[in-house]
Structure formats: structure tokens, C-alpha cells
Design a protein around this ligand. Structure first.
Ligand SMILES: Cc1cc2nc3c(=O)[nH]c(=O)nc-3n(C[C@H](O)[C@H](O)[C@H](O)COP(=O)(O)OP(=O)(O)OC[C@H]3O[C@@H](n4cnc5c(N)ncnc54)[C@H](O)[C@@H]3O)c2cc1C
Length: 238
């Protein structure tokens, strides 16, 4: 199917809440007759103008596939952003044109026993669905999340990740900030090869590393992960 023939379905916003100072969580009603199959890491496309199927941006459901009746997106609002700006102005009852879900680099049951995750900013969205899916079903999969942001206030769902780290032996996280506040105990600066070597699982047949963030970050970090010995097909971009 070409982009011109894409099927756009309208989903109604049934909840909208701020997550951080510049991101919002949107909950969309999912009628039972709609085929909305996805795996954690897959994405939908939003069309601000359903008459123009060439104008769209992808967004990744943060909810897990098992949930019936709704799905959620977390969207960062960029100043002058075409689609994120459009979404900023939308609220309860508005219907949003979307296509998909489409396949991204996603987590599939049985693909690995150790899952490393490296995310920058909104690159966390695919990881959210994967983490929730693995932990809620008590899969025997260890997860380590490295999550880079400018400041503490930018860390999406920090409370949720911190609670998971307390509750589950198979989940831990490490935040890296441009500059931490007074007394900050975690990382500062950039995600480096040394940091990934120290924190993430080492290369093995049972290990995959998901990397999601700005394109240059993904490319650079993948190069470094390959230098650390991870195989190319085990380093996955959602
Ligand atoms: C597979 C995939 C999944 C994605 N999932 C999500 C998601 O779940 N949540 C989410 O918020 N975003 C997600 N994104 C990013 C999203 O698709 C858009 O790129 C983003 O919302 C900006 O679109 P826009 O139309 O608002 O901005 P544009 O109109 O294209 O750009 C407006 C301004 O914002 C700046 N800008 C745009 N994108 C970025 C960026 N990434 N970093 C810094 N500045 C930027 C531009 O330089 C420009 O100045 C995903 C991207 C991909 C490829």
C-alpha cells in the first residue's frame, strides 16, 4: 500500500494529562471492532489533516498490547512543531486521525533474557511499553534502562521507573542529566561507551539492546555498542 492509499482511522481523546512540563499523555478510546494489533515498540502515525496523507509523524503507544478499550501516547510539544503543536491544542472529545500500528523494532517474547535500553528524551516511549509488558507479565527477563535527559524535570515517568526498581529484582535504571541538581547521585553529561560498558549487559546470544533517541545519538551509540562486541542485529532501533 502506498502512503496515498493509507487507511486513516479516527480515535477519540478520552483523557489528557501533563506528564512533564513539555509532554502530555493522551488516552484514546479503542472500540472493540477496530483491529489494533501491536507489539511493544511499534508505532502509529498521526495525520493532523486527514485530507493530506503525506503529512504525518510517528508516535509510539506507551500502553501494553493486553489492555483493552484504550491506548495511550506520550507526546512532547515542540515550539512550532507541526504535529506535536497540533496535538498540544487537542483535548477531550477531539478525534485524531491515525494509521497503523506499524512495525518498529519491538520486543517479542522469547527474543532475549537480558534487555538493555538506552533512551534519550521522548526516545523512552517504546521502552515504556516494553518495560510495562515484561514486568506486568513477570517474564524472566532482566531489564536495565539508561535514560538521558537535560534535567530531572524532563525525566518522563521517573516515579514509575523508581517504583519498578524498588519492586522488581529484574529491573533497574540509571539516569544521566546534562547537569544534575545539588546532591544528584546518578550520571551527568553524555551516555558514553564506558558508561554502556559499565551499566548494560555484555554481549551474548540472550541479550538485546534497544536504542531510541535523536537519529545521531542512535547512530553513534550503535557504533559504540558494536565496538563493545554486541552484534548488529542485537542492537535494535524501535
Ligand atoms: C518511530 C518513531 C516514534 C516516535 N514516537 C514518539 C513518541 O512516542 N512521542 C513523541 O513525542 N515523539 C515521538 N517521535 C517523534 C515525532 O514523530 C516527531 O518527530 C516530533 O513530535 C516532532 O514533530 P513535529 O511535527 O511537531 O515537529 P516539526 O514540525 O517536524 O519540527 C518543529 C521543530 O521542532 C524541532 N524538532 C522536531 N523533532 C525534534 C526532536 N526529535 N528533537 C529536537 N527538536 C526537534 C525541529 O527542529 C523544529 O524546530 C517518534 C519518532 C519516530 C521516528
Amino acid at each position: 500500500m502506498s502512503q496515498k492509499d493509507v487507511i486513516i482511522t479516527k480515535y477519540k481523546i478520552i483523557e489528557k494529562q501533563p506528564v512533564t512540563h513539555d509532554t502530555s499523555r493522551f488516552r484514546f478510546a479503542l472500540p472493540p471492532n477496530i483491529d489494533f494489533k501491536f507489539l511493544p515498540g511499534d508505532h502509529v502515525k498521526i495525520y493532523p489533516n486527514p485530507q493530506n496523507p503525506l503529512e504525518f509523524k510517528p508516535y509510539t503507544p506507551t500502553t501494553i498490547p493486553d489492555i483493552k478499550g484504550y491506548f495511550e501516547l506520550i507526546i512532547k510539544h515542540y515550539p512550532n512543531g507541526k504535529v506535536s503543536g497540533y496535538m498540544k491544542e487537542r483535548g477531550l472529545g477531539d478525534e485524531i486521525g491515525m494509521s497503523g500500528p506499524d512495525k518498529g523494532g519491538h520486543f517479542e517474547d522469547g527474543m532475549a533474557k537480558r534487555v538493555g535500553m538506552v533512551a534519550g528524551g521522548t526516545g523512552i516511549t517504546p521502552m515504556i511499553s516494553m518495560i510495562r509488558s515484561i514486568l506486568s507479565r513477570r517474564l524472566e527477563v532482566d531489564i536495565f534502562l539508561l535514560f538521558a535527559n537535560k534535567s530531572v524535570d524532563d525525566i518522563i515517568l521517573k516515579d514509575e521507573f523508581d517504583k519498578y526498581a524498588d519492586k522488581y529484582d529484574n529491573f533497574d535504571r540509571f539516569y544521566i542529566l546534562d547537569k544534575g541538581p545539588e546532591g544528584w547521585q546518578m550520571g551527568e553529561g553524555r551516555i558514553t561507551k564506558d558508561l554502556m560498558n559499565e551499566k548494560l549487559f555484555g554481549p551474548s546470544d540472550d541479550t538485546v539492546i534497544f536504542v531510541c533517541g535523536p537519529p545521531m545519538m542512535q547512530i553513534n551509540l550503535k557504533k559504540q555498542l558494536l565496538e563493545l562486541g554486541h552484534q548488529s542485529e542485537k542492537v535494535i532501533f524501535p
